[in-house]
Design a protein around this ligand. Structure first.
Ligand SMILES: [Cu+2]
Length: 345
């Protein structure tokens, strides 16, 4: 190969890399967006990511420039040169290979430590509100208040938090290690069996923030999503009061038939519907399942069609899901059970 040929290829690669980074930074927004922080726990992290990515772009451009320069300024052929120019270039290596990296890495270390300190830490004495989140293969149990208290709320895959309040999340796991991650609100925190880890979730911008398990936990790890809904304190209070109420009584004969079929089937041994005889604790609490945006931890939208399909054969839609296929209902009964669950708002 002619000298400089490799340089041209690297320049192309470096340019593409810088362009891709800049495109990534320019702000495509999603519910899992680290660049648009919705609260004080994510803002310092987001700033560090922007800074680091920009720095990477600068380094890539400088390296590309130096490679081009080397190509343009080359003299003679490889054969005409000594194998190595041992006398020259030591200063380049000292500055570029040692001095610059040491300065940059020490500065980044300082920045990282400062960022960690800027993230609000759980203060055991003054949480405005405490939520207990328990990770299961492959869904999230969410509880507000003590099981001894009358107003306890248990739901799944959906946290509601009041805007501007410091919400302490106590994180547990029921089986393996999972990780609780809401990119727009906080960094990741592991959920470890036999241990409680805590973080402070605070949002100052209203919205529905996407969350995702961030520690590989088995087959359905990718379908272990949740939603954090940040809303004004009075909306939150109304939501919490509605969630604390027992399930709505069936309003039509069809819904009543759905309830009867649900309670008679094995469903009730795995699921709780408060206010009925269903007290199972294996799967999500279904007392207000109709009001949730998704079912099966974000794997499906909460709509009648999806609900039917899920009830008939959950593992076909979410392979490995810990809910067995339930094909014992005839068509009318299945419709009634699904309609009953959708009516539980
Ligand atoms: Cu996972």
């Amino acid at each position: 190969m002619k000298p400089g040929g490799g340089g041209a290829a690297s320049i192309g690669g470096a340019g593409a890399c810088a362009a891709a980074l800049c495109a990534a930074l320019s702000g495509c927004s999603s519910p899992y967006d680290v660049f648009h922080a919705g609260g004080p726990g994510a803002r310092p992290v987001s700033q560090v990511i922007v800074f680091l990515s920009s720095l990477m772009c600068v380094v890539t451009l400088v390296m590309g420039f130096l490679i081009v320069l080397g190509g343009v300024r080359r003299r003679g052929t490889l054969e005409a040169h000594e194998a190595a120019d041992a006398s020259g270039g030591k200063l380049w290596i000292l500055i570029g290979g040692l001095g610059v990296p040491v300065v940059v890495l020490v500065a980044l270390f300082g920045l990282t430590v400062a960022t960690l300190r800027a993230i609000p830490a759980p203060d055991p004495s003054h949480p405005d509100l405490t939520v207990d989140v328990t990770a299961h293969d492959w869904w999230w149990e969410v509880a507000y208040g003590d099981s001894a208290e009358p107003g306890q709320v248990v739901t799944a895959n959906e946290l509601h938090i009041p805007l501007g309040r410091r919400v302490r999340v106590n994180l547990r796991s029921d089986d393996v290690i999972h990780s609780f991650w809401v990119p727009s609100l906080h960094g990741k925190l592991d959920a470890i069996p036999g241990q409680v880890n805590s973080l402070i979730l605070e949002a100052d911008q209203p919205g529905a923030y996407g969350g995702q398990c961030a520690e590989y936990c088995g087959e359905q790890h990718a379908h272990m999503r949740f939603l954090v809904v940040a809303e004004p304190p009075d909306t939150f209070a109304a939501w919490r009061a509605a969630q604390a109420a027992p399930a709505r009584a069936p309003a039509t004969p069809e819904l009543a038939a759905g309830e009867r079929a649900f309670l008679a089937a094995p469903c009730a041994s795995c699921h709780t519907v408060r206010g009925t005889s269903a007290h199972g604790r294996v799967g999500p609490d279904l007392t207000h399942v109709g009001g949730r945006a998704t079912i099966a931890a974000g794997a499906l939208r909460n709509r009648p069609g999806e609900m039917h399909a899920w009830i008939v054969d959950a593992p076909a839609l979410k392979p490995g899901a810990r809910m067995p296929p339930m094909d014992e209902f005839d068509g009318a009964t299945l419709r009634a059970v699904a309609a009953y669950l959708e009516s539980l708002r």
